[in-house]
Structure formats: C-alpha cells, structure tokens
Design a protein. Structure first.
Length: 132
C-alpha cells in the first residue's frame, strides 16, 4: 500500500539553504530540493493553490554560477501552525535542464562531513504571462 508514497519520494532530496519568491509577493525558505521538485516553507504571504503553475528560475551560488529554468506546479500545501509548507513539482523540464539539475545535485552531494544544508540557492517563481 506504500508504493504511491515511495514513488513520489523516488528522487533523493537534499537539504538546501536559500530563499524563494513566489509571484513577487510570497517569500519562502528552501527546505529541500530534488531533481523533480522542492519543498519550501513560506515566511509570509498567503499560500498558493495546489495546481498553480509558475515559471521557476533557480540560481545556484557557485563558480561558475548555474541556472535552471523550468515550469513548476504546486503539488501540495501543508499548514503547520502559522507556517505553511509548499511542495513544488518541476514539470516539462527538457533533458539538458534536467541533467544540469542532476549534475548540480550530484556536486552538492559531496560528503563534506558536516551534513550542512547546501547554501546559496535562490528561486524566483513567476506566474506565466497569460498568452493564448
């Protein structure tokens, strides 16, 4: 009966430090990041709706700087006291983008003996311009 949960969690998740801005108004801290999505904790602003889509622009503060652009969908939201956690699922990422992200996560996964969150990640989530 656990297959669905384990499927959803098939990508290894890495604790990361950094912040995200949703639609220029919601500010969040990263909790973790994987090749298929991220978990954020909203600091302020109302929670987005499940299913909301954003254009995600993720920057990794490293040398050379790495950038990943992908569509992101709100997979779930969970209120914990006054805080709200948000699950983001990357959708329709092209092959090169996904391999970039995997490469970054692979680099970040180097054992440094500290188990510290990976620092310096910034994600900007913008609502796609309504164009039909």
């Amino acid at each position: 009966a656990m297959t669905h949960e384990t499927e959803k969690r098939s990508e290894p998740r890495f604790p990361v430090g950094g912040e995200a801005v949703l639609a220029e108004e919601l500010h969040a801290n990263f909790r973790d990041l994987s090749a298929s999505g991220a978990r954020l904790s909203l600091i302020r602003g109302g929670a987005p709706q499940t299913g909301d889509e954003f254009l995600a622009h993720v920057e990794f503060d490293c040398e050379p700087p790495l950038v990943v652009d992908a569509m992101a969908q709100i997979a779930w939201t969970e209120r914990i006291g006054s805080q709200c956690d948000v699950g983001i699922h990357f959708v329709g990422m092209d092959g090169p983008t996904e391999s970039d992200l995997r490469r970054i996560l692979d680099i970040m996964d180097r054992p440094d003996g500290h188990g510290e969150p990976i620092p310096g990640i910034h994600m900007d989530l913008r609502r796609p311009a309504a164009s039909n």
